[in-house]
Design a protein around this ligand. Structure first.
Ligand code: UT7
Length: 331
C-alpha cells in the first residue's frame, strides 16, 4: 500500500471591509506613509470594526468561503484546528464555536496558539492527523482579530497589524503530493521581546494592568527583526538542502507577512527570484495566524499540481519554522 501524505485540497479566506490606510494612521499617531512603506512594505490593513464580533467571525467566514468553493459537506469534516493568538474568550474553545457554526457537527476541534507561527505549526498538526490514516478531512483555520490587542496610540505596533482569516482543508493523497517535510523550532528567550504582559496566569487582569496598558502587544521591533531575519532564512535554506531542492526547484515561497524586508532577506538566502515570492503584506499588514492562508487564497489560481511550495514563519515565543509542501491541484 502506498504511503498516505496529507495534501491541501481547498482554500478559503475572509478579510473585513474596513480599510485602515497609512494616510489614516498619519492622523492617529506620529508617523507617515513613507516611513511605513520603506520600513515594512505595508500600505493598508483590514480592521473588523464591529465590537460584537471576535476572531470566530473571521474564522467562520473563511471556512464558509472554503465550503462554498469546494462543495465539501461540513458534516464530513473530522476535525477543526483553529490557529489563533486572539481567541474569542480566554477560556471556552473558539474552535468548538466555529466548528458548530459552520455545521461541522461530527468534528472535534481545538485552538492552537504559537503566535505568528500558529498556522505553520497547525499545518504540521493537521497533516500528521491525516497521514496517520485516522482522519480524512481536517480543516485548519488561521484567524486573528489583532485590532483587539493593539494600542492605537503606539506607533511602533499599530502600523503593522491587521485582521483577517483563512482556511485550508487537508485530505489524504496517494500520489505523494502534500506535506513533504517540516523543520519547526522554538526558543523561549523570545518571551521578553514580543508579548502581552497581563491577562494570563502570571499577571491576571487588574485595574492597574488596564491603566498601564499591559493588555496590548509590546514588541522590541529591532530585536525581533534580527531574530526573524536570521532564523527564517536558516530554516528555509535547511529545508531546501535536506530535500535536495535548488532555487529552480522551488516554485513559490509562502512566507509569513510581518515585514517585507524579512521576506526579501529569506528569499535572498534561498536565492529564489522575486517572481516566486508571494506578497500581500501591502494590502493586509501582519494578520498573525492568517498570513499564510491569505497568501494561498490570493495566489491559488497561479499554483499548478506538483508545484513545490516552501512555507516559512517566525513569531513570538520565539516560534519559527519551515515546511515543504507539494501542491495537489490546479485551481
Ligand atoms: O510577526 C511577528 C514577528 N514580528 C516581526 O517580525 C516584526 C519585526 N520587526 C520589524 O518589522 C521592525 O523592527 C519594525 C517595523 C517594527 C520597526 O522598524 P525598524 O526599522 O526596526 O525601526 P526602529 O524600531 O529601529 O525605529 C527606527 C526609528 C526610531 O526613531 P529614532 O530612535 O531612530 O529616532 C523610531 O522611534 O523610527 C522611529 N519609529 C517610527 N517613525 C515613524 C518607530 N515607529 C515609527 C513609525 N513612524 N510608525
Amino acid at each position: 500500500m502506498s504511503k498516505i501524505t496529507a495534501a491541501i485540497t481547498a482554500v478559503g479566506a475572509y478579510v473585513p471591509e474596513y480599510v485602515l490606510t497609512n494616510e489614516i494612521l498619519e492622523t492617529m499617531v506620529e508617523t507617515n506613509d513613507e516611513w511605513i512603506t520603506t520600513r515594512t512594505g505595508i500600505k493598508e490593513r483590514r480592521i473588523l470594526k464591529d465590537p460584537s464580533k471576535g476572531t470566530s467571525f473571521l474564522g467562520i467566514k473563511a471556512a464558509e468561503d472554503l465550503i462554498a468553493k469546494s462543495g465539501v459537506d461540513p458534516s464530513e469534516i473530522d476535525m477543526v484546528i483553529m490557529a489563533t493568538a486572539t481567541p474569542d474568550l480566554p477560556v471556552a474553545s473558539t474552535a468548538a464555536f466555529v466548528a458548530t457554526s459552520i455545521g461541522a457537527v461530527n468534528a472535534f476541534s481545538y485552538d492552537l496558539q504559537a503566535a505568528c507561527s500558529s498556522f505553520l505549526y497547525g499545518m504540521s498538526t493537521a497533516s500528521a492527523y491525516v497521514a496517520s490514516g485516522k482522519y480524512k478531512k481536517v480543516l485548519l483555520i488561521g484567524a486573528d482579530k489583532m485590532s483587539s490587542i493593539i494600542d492605537y496610540t503606539d506607533r511602533t505596533t499599530c502600523i503593522i497589524f491587521g485582521d483577517g482569516g483563512g482556511a485550508v482543508l487537508f485530505e489524504p493523497n496517494e500520489e505523494g503530493l502534500g506535506l513533504q517535510d517540516e523543520y519547526l523550532r522554538t526558543d523561549g528567550v523570545g518571551r521578553d521581546f514580543l508579548r502581552i504582559e497581563a491577562g494570563g496566569s502570571l499577571m491576571p487582569a487588574s485595574q492597574e494592568t488596564v491603566a498601564n496598558k499591559k493588555h496590548f502587544v509590546y514588541q522590541d521591533g529591532k530585536t525581533v527583526f534580527k531574530f526573524a531575519v536570521s532564523n527564517m532564512a536558516d530554516v528555509s535554506e535547511r529545508i531546501m538542502q535536506r530535500n535536495n531542492l535548488t532555487n529552480d526547484d522551488v516554485n513559490w515561497l509562502v512566507a509569513h507577512q510581518a515585514n517585507k524586508r524579512i521576506i526579501d532577506a529569506t528569499a535572498r538566502r534561498m536565492q529564489v527570484e522575486d517572481s516566486k515570492v508571494l506578497m500581500n503584506i501591502q494590502r493586509y499588514g501582519n494578520t498573525t495566524s492568517a498570513t499564510l492562508p491569505l497568501l494561498l487564497s490570493d495566489f491559488e489560481k497561479q499554483f499548478k499540481k506538483g508545484d513545490n511550495l516552501i512555507f516559512a514563519a517566525f513569531g513570538g515565543g520565539f516560534t519559527w519554522g519551515s515546511i515543504y509542501l507539494k501542491w495537489a491541484y490546479n485551481a
